[in-house]
Design a protein. Structure first.
Length: 437
């Protein structure tokens, strides 16, 4: 195949939905060879892809909105006329970047042939139940600092510098169905409890709150930290108990909470600010990332001293997450511009337990808390970065699978859907994207 490309394809993958213009790629096709697979051109996650085939040529237009498609004339005496597309603006605070049916359809005239019409399909084969391959969620008036899918994947929650938590539907038009209010400062992290009926939030107002995700009521406000609370995590001990959780703060304390008790039921004094916390699936181990460049593991049955210290980062650890299916791995993001994968299994053969180091997701002087994630199948690792993209690596090979654009600011949080090939990202640009991969 002879291909004449107007613009470098690697530059095309950096296309942003906020750009008002469109880019065009023309590919000359050899008549004796088949039309190329669009997925081979790596356009599967661009916001809108419209392909027009006529006179043995393919014309690819990438636009910020299918409604902006216009007639394109390539040769004298020939044209490809694009019909009107569906209205892509959804009600509320979400937008779809294809039509409601998932494809933008049009007719292209092909003179001097028996068949005068050809069906034109937008984008590759769908892989999820999302209304569109990519959905944008907006509405927060401050930076989105944290966002996560519910345990069943039907909903998601987002926390922001505007001191509010928004509840969203994952499917349909991604409507915003609830707002949780009560914190007096930025919300730095949120987590769903195992049942999906409750949420916990950590805030710079020095408190942790537990919420009823159905009614929107705050069940309890926990105040014992003396500085900003950066992180929180369920602590279920394998029972699915929605009342127990942990928190970590700038005061260097990790506190253990039971919503049925007035005060913390236990505590760990780490000595340096804690930026992130996580608990093993059994609940027997808890982990903290901190400004001492380490991840520290504690056995909850004996909190007198750490049972594990993971060393390797050369700067502060800003986020940690444990693999949701087996709990065998922990992923960490650091200001040293690396993401690391750690083996938590009891008989790990690696002396420092660091299995992989991933690069390509830089930090900046802003020093944001960035939360990485591992997918359910333990095949991918994802992290946000200061370069305004979400990076997804192959967990085993450390190779970058996707570098996903769209945001206008640092990407602070990423999350994998628990059941489908869908990723979620939140950014300081006050928006979120849900996209299928």
């Amino acid at each position: 195949m002879a291909a004449l490309v107007d613009k470098d394809l690697t530059k095309m993958t950096r296309f942003s939905h906020t750009n008002c213009c469109y880019h065009e790629v023309s590919v000359e096709i050899d008549e004796e060879k088949p039309v190329p697979n669009l997925q081979e051109l790596n356009f599967e996650l661009l916001l809108c892809l419209v392909v027009i085939e006529f006179f043995n040529e393919i014309h690819i237009k990438i636009l910020p909105n299918p409604a902006l498609i216009r007639t394109h004339h390539k040769r004298k005496g020939s044209s490809a006329s694009i019909s009107d597309t569906d209205d892509v603006q959804m009600q509320g605070s979400s937008s779809a970047y294809t039509s409601a049916q998932g494809t933008a359809l049009a007719l292209a005239k092909r003179p001097k042939t028996d068949d005068n019409t050809a069906l034109i399909k937008a984008g590759p084969k769908r892989t999820s139940g999302l209304q569109a391959p990519i959905m944008q969620l907006t509405g927060h008036s401050g930076e989105v600092t944290t966002c996560r899918f519910s345990p069943d994947g039907a909903h998601l929650a987002s926390g922001s510098a505007d001191k509010q938590v928004f509840l969203w539907n994952t499917y349909g038009d991604c409507s915003n169905y609830g707002v949780l209010q009560g914190h007096k400062n930025v919300i730095l992290e949120l987590q769903w409890m195992p049942s999906g009926d409750r949420l916990i939030t950590a805030s710079a107002d020095t408190s942790v709150s537990i919420w009823d995700a159905t009614t929107g009521e705050r069940i309890k406000r926990c105040r014992r930290h003396t500085e900003a609370v950066n992180a929180c995590s369920p602590l279920s001990f394998g029972t699915g108990d929605d009342d127990v959780f942990i928190s970590g703060a700038d005061d260097g304390m990790m506190l253990f909470w039971d919503a049925r008790e007035r005060r913390p039921v236990n505590s760990i004094e780490h000595g340096v600010p804690i930026t992130s916390v996580a608990a093993s699936l059994s609940g027997n181990m808890v982990y903290s990332g901190s400004l001492d460049n380490c991840i520290t593991g504690w056995d909850v049955r004996n909190l007198s001293e750490p049972s594990l210290i993971l060393r390797g980062h050369s700067d502060s650890v800003m986020g940690i997450s444990i693999s949701p299916k087996t709990g065998n791995y922990l992923v960490s993001a650091s200001l040293d511009n690396t993401v690391r994968l750690w083996d938590l299994r009891p008989y790990c053969r690696l002396p420092n337990r660091c299995e992989r180091v991933y690069t390509g997701a830089p930090h900046s002087f802003e020093r944001n808390l960035i939360r990485p994630a591992i997918d359910q199948d333990e095949t991918m690792v994802a992290s946000g970065s200061a370069d305004r993209t979400m990076t997804i690596w192959n967990l085993r090979s450390s190779e970058i699978k996707y570098k996903l654009p769209g945001h206008k600011g640092c990407v602070t949080q990423v999350d994998f859907h628990p059941r489908e090939p869908i990723v979620l990202s939140g950014s300081v640009d006050r928006s979120m994207f849900i996209g299928e991969i």
